[in-house]
Write a protein that binds this ligand. Sequence first.
Ligand code: MD6
Ligand code: FE
Length: 219
Amino acid sequence: MTLASIPAPLELAPGCLWWQGYLDRPAQEALVADIREVLATAPLFTPRMPRTGKPFSVRMSNCGPLGWVSDESGYRYQPRHPETGTPWPPFPAALRRAWDELSDADLPPEACLINWYGPEARMGLHQDRDEQEFAAPVLSLSLGDTAIFRLGGTERRGGTRSIRLASGDALLLSGSSRLAFHGIDRILAGTSTLLSQPGRINLTLRRVHPAREEPDAAL
Ligand code: MD6
Ligand code: FE
């Protein structure tokens, strides 16, 4: 087997690394097929804002041992789908491979959030801070239409810049960018032919716990 070399990333800020075109077209197509299989078991659901119950404009699902969910009770990770009650499907191998190739994490990921954006969906400026482990990075992969991604610093009021995240791009928030504010201003519908409809899939791989909880040794 030959190992394709991974191009050097752009460092947008210390610890914020951007690999443009990390996945080539065949790899993108294979990953879309993997995600469709995940969604057949764990269908997209509409998350709601804590307290108000206002629906998000993105729809979500997850794969891996844990999944991120949001409803009136708050944001959290849980091992089962909020509507079907079924455990999340396992990670497709390509996601584990991306984590191993691009992240500097010592531990494997525990959750992959799948975000589906229709042409009108967006995501407000936020930090990913529901994990118990901020030493591990968050790795994102984008498929389908290009998105305008906004990146700020670790203070909500600071300055921001925006980049265009295209299909096949990978973005890592690590180190001093791990808690950077970020969001999606909008989707540029029709910029990719990957998906059968206008829209975008974003996958974010996360480590939730500092170390895997080992079962207690038998006494
Ligand atoms: C998105 N991305 O690209 C939203 N989070 O649709 C994220 O929220 C994100 O790209 C953590 C790390 C990287 C990300
Ligand atoms: Fe995020």
